[in-house]
Unconditional design. Sequence first.
Length: 290
Amino acid sequence: MQDRKNRRNAQNNLLLFLLVLSLASCNWAEEVIPIEEDFSNTNLTLGNPTEALPTYLDPDNFLIDLPQYTVSYSNSRGIPNWVSWHLDDSWIGDAERSKYFKRNKNLPTEWAPVSTNNYRNSGFDRGHNCPSADRTSTAEDNESTFLMTNIVPQAPNHNQRVWKALEDYSRQLVEEGNELYIVMGNYGQGGEGRNGFAETISDGRVTVPQYIWKTVVVLPPGDDDVSRIAADTRVITVLIENVNISFENWGEYRVSIDEIEDATGFDLLSRLPLAIQDVVEAVVDDGPTG
Ligand code: MN
Ligand code: MN
């Protein structure tokens, strides 16, 4: 009897402990320092959309944190889930465009890191996520964008026309005196390249994404960026099917962040207060496009 009572007490104590723990962790949700705040760069200042970690536990949500940009990599797809970076004029310089795409040698060899050969004769461009032209202050910065973990199979017209126009406009915004937080990602399977439709390339090693998206938060230069983002901050989000048509102006493809979050399950701008996320994530930008 005494034993049973002790056991019940122990169970009650355990329940109480778990209750206190869960209440405490609710409080912590506001206050705990997320892992990305330990990083020295500002790539994840606005959040880590999939809570990716630099451990090998989840090969399909593997964090690659470089000074120049940060990636959630999917090993089964052979492409990033998303790439996040900060762009201000300190990143723009005179470095020449690197000539060589490179395998990411920091991935485990058993993951069979994707190389430029996997894209050969595929009919798809090696599409940068963080663009080469966004990282030109040093040769090393520029070379980092040519790691294959920053690349997706992108329909040539998509890459060279509509996407390039959005990249050019982003750098124009910086020239006009802004700083930007940019996230590019993709979802789905199957696109149409130069040789027609394909779900994968290189015998299935690399998935061809069906949709490619990007979101750009535009701020005047300043400090304490998270706290400066308000309901009226310009946020440009674009979603374009990965096909090889003649595209309109990128402005024709603007959507809300909510649409991207619904399609992917990611949480963009997760470091912003929910009240701000609710507003800026529902907006479809209608500002200038050039
Ligand atoms: Mn490109
Ligand atoms: Mn969000």
